[in-house]
Design a protein around this ligand. Sequence first.
Ligand SMILES: Cc1cc2nc3c(=O)[nH]c(=O)nc-3n(C[C@H](O)[C@H](O)[C@H](O)COP(=O)(O)OP(=O)(O)OC[C@H]3O[C@@H](n4cnc5c(N)ncnc54)[C@H](O)[C@@H]3O)c2cc1C
Length: 313
Amino acid sequence: MNRVVVVGAGVLGLTVAHELAVAGHRVHVVADRAARDSVSAVAAAIWFPHAVALEPDVLESSRVTYDRLTKLADDPATGVVMRSGLVRVRRAETDLSWTSAVPWHEPVAEGVRCTVPVVETSRYLSWLGARVAALGVSTTWGTVSLPGRQGAEALPAAVAAIIGEQPDAVVVAAGLRSGALLGGDDEVYPIRGQVVRLANPGLTEWVTDEDNPGGLTYVVPRTDDVVCGGTGQIGDRDETIDPATEEAILRRVRELVPALADQPVLSRAVGLRPARTNRRLEMIGELVACYGHGGSGFTLSWGDAARVAELLG
Ligand SMILES: Cc1cc2nc3c(=O)[nH]c(=O)nc-3n(C[C@H](O)[C@H](O)[C@H](O)COP(=O)(O)OP(=O)(O)OC[C@H]3O[C@@H](n4cnc5c(N)ncnc54)[C@H](O)[C@@H]3O)c2cc1C
């Protein structure tokens, strides 16, 4: 049994902590933001590989996650719900390889209809945090930083300074700030996403329209609201709500789903998706990198967590 420290308490950090604890490791999470205050809480969060390169191992992780989330949907306490909807396809060259992971999907005139897991983030992240704690994972709130210009080799000592014990291995699942913990990573960049949440008029079906001429558009109904998006602003780090962007989102989603016309705004949010040329999942000495999931952190979470557990043996 190894002492493994996971840096990060977003959906990746918590899911990795879960799988490592199940595999028998002694796991400690270190983070400076709880999941409810991280990018993970802003996500829609529908199972769909978005803003991530569709490499074979990414598809495999998304398949594993699809199956896992489908099982979790049997228990209402998890906040995972299976919902049908439409992926609008406007370009002939659109990559549809993700459909291989989806048991029910059907081509239709506007795109692909399918059934996928939708994760209601606030319920799910609380459930996951409680599961992880029940497995004996401990958590320390604090910021890990590498003093001066030190490289990744200084990370175990930096973590030890916070938890008071030398780890056998460290998993970096710190989203957008992961590169800084590994001595720098030029390939990481933010993709800004703005959403507005409306009251749900009784919708159960979702719709995504990535190539809408007005910009990325999606409508994801949840139990208590409907997540309406969005934006995919590459390199933009502005975390404040832009009212003009919200107006434009509302116009597009109401055109797509007229039932949303008179629904009041319940809340709004912005999140910076932690994107990378390719999401990083590899062992570097006694460190494991697990970040850069772009718009697919939930979609890849269980598959990638299982692979981290495999890497650590
Ligand atoms: C608008 C929007 C819609 C989205 N929709 C979807 C969707 O439908 N489906 C989907 O799969 N994904 C979606 N995503 C993407 C998804 O939210 C992200 O991929 C995912 O949340 C990334 O999770 P993470 O755990 O890597 O990072 P985060 O959630 O950002 O968590 C990072 C964690 O690391 C900690 N941390 C970072 N640096 C340090 C440090 N130095 N010291 C200590 N702690 C540190 C933070 O405190 C935090 O706990 C969406 C994102 C946005 C913004």
